[in-house]
Each structure stands twice: as structure tokens, then as C-alpha cells.
Design a protein around this ligand. Sequence first.
Ligand code: AP5
Length: 256
Amino acid sequence: MNELHERNAWLNGGVAFCATHPAQRWGSCRLVLLGAPGSGKGTQAGLLCERLGGCHLPTGDVFRAARARASSNGKLSSELEQAVGYMRRGELVPDEIVLALVRHRGQCLRCAGGFVLDGFPRTVDQAEALHKILQGENLALTAAIHYELSGDQVVARLSGRRICPDCKASFHVAKQPPQAEGICDHCGVRLIQREDDQPESIRVRMRTYQENAAPLLDFYRNRGLLISIDADSSPVETCERTITALTDAAAATSPG
Ligand code: AP5
């Protein structure tokens, strides 16, 4: 794993180790990815980080990493235990738990290399908290990218998703199959299905998303930061569309 993708501090807490970042194409890009579960936020975050630099910072993976650590050493704080329960059911983890976790990892948000936040914020309170953290450091978001996908497509993507329990790479049984069936291309480990990709959890996640999406999108629309992207094409095409939209937005706001 190269240092641009050093995510241990984000996943496990502790001191961020991102010693040097090569010159970034646009300076530091600070992006928030929004969209329904399964709309491709995680996939796009990986591709965008490769193209633009910065770290992929997913909140869902922090909770999953904590649970994996707990199953190997048996320890999980009561807050994280609660968080894992909410997650398994497909409900949102309460704001105070998520915000404590994000503040604890604030160094990753201040990093000179920039970031792509995936799964945070999900509520207006979380968006306001992020705004304050960045404002306190004199930093600003580059954009909030909203990936749009129909409900049927979301269900098809989530029910076919398989992930690597080690490196967290994501595959799809039909659309992005691994080279050897059921095995991670990167580390050779057997792929698994996420607990919250079962039909009942998917229904709850979709409902929860629909309840919170409109005010969150308004929050970023009102600040002139929202960019909507049709996510119904291949991962590479969707990433290209995102880069084009970011380039257009940067040109529209640059002086002269
Ligand atoms: P999280 O892990 O963030 O899950 P999510 O938002 O439900 O999103 P997903 O990871 O399911 O989907 P994605 O949009 O990243 O799509 P992906 O790229 O994987 O959160 C899990 C839980 O944690 C939440 O339910 C909540 O409980 C808790 N949580 C996390 N953050 C929180 C917060 N801030 N506040 C409160 N609670 C929080 O793609 C999906 C599939 O489609 C894959 O199989 C992929 O291979 C495939 N695919 C991707 N792109 C394409 C494409 N273009 N064409 C075809 N297939 C594609």
C-alpha cells in the first residue's frame, strides 16, 4: 500500500502517517461523496484518490475495522459495540458516536494531501460539524459529489457485492467479478458478503438514506458545493464524469 493510501490512522485511530505527498494535480482536493447505499461511493473514492491524490476516508470501514479487531482480541468499547449494532440493522449510527470518532481522526482531515470522505457526513448535524472542523483550520471543501442511481440498480449492486475482509477491496459477482471466483485479486483471501447487504438491512438502509438525503443535499446546494453525477455507467466512466464536473466547477469559480 503506498503512502497516499495509508489509511491505518483513519481506520484504527492514532497518529496519521502520510509523510510526504507528491505535488497534487490541483493542490489538495477535499471531497465529500454523497449517495444511496450501493451507489458506488466507495468505488469512486478509490478511483478519485488514484487520480487526484489524497486519502480515502470511509466511516463504514472504521466501524467494520473496529469489529474485526474486537473479534481477534475480544475488546470493543461500549460505544463501538452500539455502533456495530446500528450498522448491522442498517440504521445510522448516532451522530455523537460518529462525531467523536471523526474528531479523534481530525488529523486525517487536516492532512496537506487532501481527502475523499466516503459515508460522512450523512446528516445535517454531521455536515455542520465537518464545516466547523475545516473552518477552524482555515480549510474549505472542494465539492460535495452526489452519485445518483435508481433504487433497482442499488439493490442489484448491493446484493451482488462481495468484499475482501483483509484489504476491503469491493467486487460484484456479475459487474466486477474477481479473476478467480470468490477470491480477492489483491491478497488471495476468500471474499465475503457484508452482513448489512442482506435484503432486510438493505431495505432499512434505503429508507434511512431517503429520510436524510434531501436536507443534506440542500446543505451543500445552498453553499454552492453540490455536484450531481449520474452513477449509472461503468466505474471508470463515472470517475471521468466526476473529474470533468470538478474541472468545470473549478474553472467557473477561478478568477478571470
Ligand atoms: P457504509 O460502509 O458507508 O455503507 P453505505 O453508505 O451503505 O454504502 P456502501 O458501502 O454500501 O456502498 P457504496 O456507495 O460505497 O458502493 P460501492 O462502491 O461499495 O456504511 C455502513 C453503515 O455504517 C451505515 O449503514 C451506518 O450504519 C454506518 N455509518 C457509516 N457512516 C456513518 C455516518 N456518517 N453516520 C451514521 N452512521 C454511519 O459499490 C457497491 C457495489 O456496486 C459493489 O459491489 C461494486 O463493485 C459495485 N459497483 C460500484 N460501482 C459500479 C458501477 N459503476 N457499475 C457497476 N457496479 C458498480
